[in-house]
Design a protein around this ligand. Structure first.
Ligand code: SMO
Length: 723
């Protein structure tokens, strides 16, 4: 059961948007328009668009994490039925993976080829690409490719062998040196996989010296540019289409070697080639997320004010760098102080390669790491100082009157009222009563904890393009460079344009996901689609309306680029009650209250859906999910038999209350909402587990807090206070 989203409005003095914010949400709150097709199996995904006669691709992959590649023998494979071609590194024209986001230059170049060249770098690395008439023929031939490897010792994540490829440091202020309380925390997070319903896939078609690519990507424009650069052709010769996309979560933000190799094969054969990853191929070779080692120290003065935050964040990178590989590190370091006043910081973040699958952004992308470390530090400090953890937070929040707030890492929090957010959560959760009930249950021996976590969520920066067309017959077309992967952009974008034009949402047709018919775009990532993509649409629609008023003849087309002057910072507070069964270790979320401020919300139903989805993934990470490698770099979790995803029955009741402080950094007052559940929920769950175990004087194991790990921890409690 899910409680309806409750809206609490706050006026925002100084926001251009505050006048609009009071009237819009209820008027423009249409039901999702995309669901009728998607929930009836009538979606059109990349694998559905493959034309008859397309060739099938399959990959022969490395079964070693590191080794000399002494030879690849494709003779037998080439002779097998239906086989059209077998490509090895000799056939890919020296193509290497594209450069990474220049926001964070790597210290060394990483010229990782599309197919293994002389060395193998991780288990699952593509070594040869087989093209055949049927999928079975391609797979059979891929198995017949002889891969001769002299195995070498593998470097695991945090193995301490590889020097950091990326490093960041933030230092500012000076610690007062008279810390009354201090807390230290060291937490390890496992790698996780994004596990979208639709795995990676591509259809690449070469015709008349042009390449058309269907790809479930979050960034069609960048995929086009990366494919063009890899194939050394002009980007005007490449069209990328993202049709319906079955989830992405960051793992589809960057192109991967398989996709580029298939595109290259299509050109080489002057044909259409299709590939859909098996689930196991995504486990082994799609980008993973998280995996960081987090260490921190928080110091407070005699009044319980934070005086200094020190941290060392170490991220694994795997064997090659996707475009956004450095983002988790950058985000975790820059937002670590969260919604709090921290006078002095000393933060080091670094990332090193390992002989494992690549790392990339995954829903939250560094924000969950920051929240987990900061929020657990606050709870440890509160416990050490005998202060209520809510009170300690309240005493250190950035006051609303100080907005916009310059953080010690140089970020600018544009808006927010964190004290109101915390009080709202306390009131709705009935925090004092929950504490009283907890005391009573503890007296009876129950292991029950209350977890609190606050978070901030920057929603990305930069620009998006939009195009709005008013047709003579009354139809309106709205096109954006930000595609959709299930979020409901067709619904939300239509609502934004309809409001600006004073028409009904259903009069607006939204077009996204095609580099030929849509304007340029950065893409759907970093919780930026409504704030930035939506603002671009709003601006284009407003100008179209003005031209219509001024008497311009229809049709009218306005194409506009919107650049956000800064990031919009959403925030939230999660409070939950978690019990842990003493005899089995099974954790149960008994209650979860969540106050979230996503700024102005256009479609409450969509925002709520985003919060629920993020919560499911945050819960999965905190309680269940873990990618495991052994010491030799073999992947131990190659299927859903070994890797636990949360299911519907694992979801708790969710009470959501929404606060609105409109963003000041975009035209809509909107903030991010899609990643929030991954940010606040794991930190609150960890803190709840720590609170539950505190009477035993033990700390929780690292996440995931599985029943087994909790049970072992309870069994090993020093004082023997267990059955
Ligand atoms: S992890 Mo998101 O797709 O920026």
């Amino acid at each position: 059961m899910v409680q309806k989203l409750a809206l609490v409005r706050r006026g925002a003095a100084g926001s251009n948007f505050s006048a609009m914010a009071t009237s819009a949400a209820s008027t423009y709150a249409p039901a999702r328009v995309e669901d009728a097709a998607l929930v009836r199996g009538r979606g059109r995904y990349v694998t559905d668009v493959a034309p008859p006669g397309a060739w099938f691709a399959a990959f022969a992959r490395s079964s070693h994490a590191r080794g000399h590649l002494r030879g690849v023998d494709a003779t037998a494979a080439r002779a097998m039925p239906g086989v059209c071609a077998v490509l090895t590194v000799a056939d890919i024209e020296g193509a290497v993976m594209p450069a990474i986001n220049p926001l964070l230059p790597a210290r060394v170049a990483h010229n990782v080829p599309l197919l293994a060249d002389g060395v193998v770098l991780w288990v699952g690395q593509p070594v040869a690409l087989v093209i055949a008439a049927t999928l079975a023929q391609a797979q059979d031939a891929a198995e017949a490719v002889g891969i001769d490897v002299e195995a070498l010792e593998a470097t695991t994540d945090h193995g301490g062998v590889e020097p950091p490829l990326l490093a960041l440091a933030y230092r500012s202020g000076s610690g007062s040196g008279d810390a009354r309380m201090s807390a230290e925390v060291r937490l390890a997070q496992p790698r996780v996989c994004a596990a979208p319903l639709e795995p990676r896939a591509i259809v690449a078609s070469w015709q008349d010296d042009r390449l058309t690519v269907w790809l479930p990507t979050q960034s069609p424009a960048r995929a086009r540019d990366d494919i063009a650069a890899t194939l050394k052709i002009d980007r005007s010769s490449v069209r990328v289409i993202a049709p319906d996309v079955g989830g992405a979560f960051g793992a589809k933000a960057s192109v991967t070697p398989e996709e580029l190799a298939v595109a290259l094969a299509a050109r080489r054969l002057k044909a259409t080639v299709r590939w859909t990853a098996a689930r196991g191929e995504d486990f082994a070779a799609a980008p993973h997320g998280r995996g960081a080692l987090l260490e921190g120290r928080l110091e407070c003065d005699a009044e319980g004010r934070f005086t200094r935050l020190g941290a060392r964040l170490r991220f694994p990178l795997g064997a090659w760098l996707p475009y956004s590989a450095a983002m988790p590190l950058r985000n975790a370091a820059r937002i670590l102080p969260g919604p709090y006043v921290v006078p002095a910081i000393d933060i080091d973040a670094e990332a090193a390669a390992s002989d494992a699958a690549p790392m990339n952004i995954y829903r939250g992308a560094g924000r969950p790491e920051a929240a987990l470390l900061m929020e657990s530090l606050i709870d440890v400090a509160a416990r050490a100082g005998g202060i209520d953890p809510v009170q300690l937070r309240r005493d250190n929040l950035v006051p609303a009157s100080a907005m916009p707030w310059r953080t010690p890492t140089g970020e600018t929090l544009d808006s927010g009222d964190y004290a109101v957010l915390l009080d709202l959560a306390c009131t709705r959760f009935d925090y004092p009563a929950e504490r009283a009930a907890q005391r009573a249950r503890r007296a009876q021996g129950d292991l029950v904890g209350i977890g609190v976590a606050m978070y901030v969520e920057p929603c990305g920066q930069g620009w998006e393009w939009a195009r709005v067309t008013l047709e003579a017959d009354g139809r309106v077309f709205a096109a954006s460079g930000a595609p959709a992967q299930g979020q409901g952009h067709a619904t939300a974008f239509a609502a934004i344009v309809a409001r600006a034009l004073g028409i009904e949402s259903r009069q607006v047709t939204v077009e996204v996901g095609d580099t030929e018919t849509c304007p340029d775009g950065i893409g759907a990532l970093a919780s930026r689609s409504i704030a930035i993509g939506g603002s671009a649409l709003h601006a284009a629609a407003v100008e179209a309306a003005a031209r219509r008023e001024a008497g311009a003849a229809l049709p009218i087309t306005v194409e506009k680029k919107y650049t956000a002057p800064g990031e919009a910072w959403s925030a939230g507070c999660v409070m939950l009650r978690l019990s842990i069964a003493r005899d089995t270790g099974v954790p149960t979320i008994e209650r979860l209250l969540w106050a979230d401020d996503a700024g102005h919300i256009f479609c409450p139903q969509l925002a709520e859906g985003q919060l629920h989805g993020g919560l499911a993934q945050g819960l999965g990470q905190a309680l269940m999910e873990a990618i495991r490698y052994d010491q030799s770099g073999q992947l131990l979790t190659g299927s859903f038999l070994d890797y636990t995803l949360p299911r519907a029955a694992d979801m708790p009741d969710i009470e959501i209350v929404s606060l609105t402080t409109p963003a000041t950094t975009n035209l809509l007052g909107a903030k991010g909402v899609g990643e929030a559940g991954c940010i606040g929920v794991p930190a609150a769950l960890y803190n709840a587990a720590a609170d539950a175990l505190a009477p035993l004087r033990i700390v929780p194991p690292d996440i995931p807090l599985t029943a087994e790990r909790l049970w072992r921890t309870i069994r090993n409690a020093p004082q023997g206070d267990h059955p």
